[in-house]
Write a protein that binds this ligand. Structure first.
Ligand SMILES: Cc1ncc(COP(=O)(O)O)c(C=O)c1O
Length: 374
């Protein structure tokens, strides 16, 4: 059996052809493929505006520049990749970590308790963890009642739907972001995008993506004006050509993820490996997360990782609580009351989940995992 990672990209001949064609075209960057990709994403997720950028972290940074001011307080989750809360720090704002609920997402009821006590909180950065969106009714309620801005980090959840609301549509948020890293649903190698329904935010993001620079029709041919301190967070045409062919196959990618999720659900029934949630048609399954109570077993989590690796299976852990990272501790974080996250971290790991995972490979993963845990 070849090594089975927890995730990997699906690249086929049409993807390669599209990239090669763009390499032969006049524009490698700042060309037509970028808007084409943005329009296709906008059609797919239902947001009015999309700005494609260099990676998901750049998307978070630009969205934070658009939404936050220095020293703003922002509720966020410890259960994410570092980039989510780092983007709050990038703009001099202050993350406040709130415990998670049983599904791995930030606990919106706890968020309300914190918002009630501190009316100066300006925003909430949630993550559609593993592919499952936040409760949209609660999000809408918090946004309206407490007058906060919402950012949805949808790096895991392109294709997910909650009560008919598509991930990235920003029905109840100011901004959403996607990542197109190879482990995600669809890839542009590195790449990301911000989605929004606000024209004002959209225009600001376009400017910030390109050095804060503006060029208007009334200017002289050589003129441009820098109006804000922006960045070069451009994505290339080569990447967007790849994104376009990938997006065309997203329906098939999702179907395969659902099949894999259902097969895991079935195989793990009545075992000591508990899925974070079982298939109900809402998650887009970037990750298939399970939990095991290691206190009841003779094997540690570290042993499990190492033993499976020796057997060519790469499980992964999503995530180490961000607030417990040394850098965050140096800022005074780390002692928040997050019992659900702490227990989740002890028990969780993610099983291989990607469209090219074959039935045979999945059976091998399940059989080996259950044998090692027995
Ligand atoms: C939840 C989440 N947010 C943001 C990011 C950052 O995306 P990127 O790697 O494209 O910068 C990731 C990537 O792993 C992620 O998982």
């Amino acid at each position: 059996m070849n090594f089975i990672p927890y995730s990997k990209q699906s690249i086929e001949q049409d993807d390669i052809d599209a990239v090669v064609e763009t390499l032969k075209s006049d524009f490698l960057t700042t060309g037509p493929k970028i808007k084409e990709f943005e329009d296709a994403l906008s059609d797919y997720c239902g947001a009015n505006y999309v700005v494609a950028v260099a990676n998901g972290t750049a998307a978070l940074h630009l969205a934070s520049l658009a939404l936050l001011k220095s020293r703003d307080k922002v509720l966020t989750t410890p259960n994410s990749f570092l980039a989510t809360s780092n983007s709050i720090l990038y703009v001099g704002a202050k993350p406040i970590f709130v415990d998670i609920a049983e599904d791995g997402n930030i606990d919106l009821d706890l968020c309300e308790e914190v918002l009630k006590k501190d009316p100066s909180i300006k925003a909430l950065y949630g993550v559609s963890f593993s592919g499952r969106m936040l409760n949209q009714k609660k999000l809408a309620y918090l946004r309206q009642t407490y007058n906060i801005s919402i950012l949805e980090d949808n790096a895991h959840s392109i294709g997910a739907v909650y009560d008919g609301i598509k991930s990235g549509s920003c029905a109840n948020s100011e901004c959403g972001i996607f990542s197109f890293h190879p482990v995600k649903h669809l890839t542009t190698a590195e790449g990301g995008a911000i989605t929004t329904n606000s024209k004002e935010i959209y225009e600001k993001l376009l400017m910030l993506r390109a050095h804060g620079m503006v060029k208007t029709p009334d200017m002289k041919p050589w003129e441009y004006e820098m109006r804000e301190l922006g960045f070069n967070y451009r994505i290339t045409d080569i990447q967007c050509a790849l994104g376009l062919t990938q997006l065309k196959k997203q329906v098939g990618f999702l179907q395969r993820r659902y099949e894999i999720a259902k097969a895991y659900d079935k195989a793990l029934e009545n075992t000591n490996v508990k899925p974070l949630y079982t298939y109900d048609g809402t998650s887009s399954y970037h990750l298939y997360v399970v939990q095991v109570d290691f206190t009841k077993l003779s094997i540690t989590k570290e042993d499990l990782f190492n033993t499976l690796k020796e057997k060519n299976i790469g499980i992964q852990l999503h995530y180490i609580p961000i607030n417990k990272q040394p850098y965050y501790k140096s800022l005074g974080y780390g002692s928040e009351n997050t019992p659900v996250m702490d227990n989740y971290y002890r028990e969780c790991f993610s099983l291989p989940m990607y469209p090219l995972l074959s039935d045979e490979e999945q059976s091998y993963v399940i059989k080996t995992l259950l044998e090692v845990l027995r």
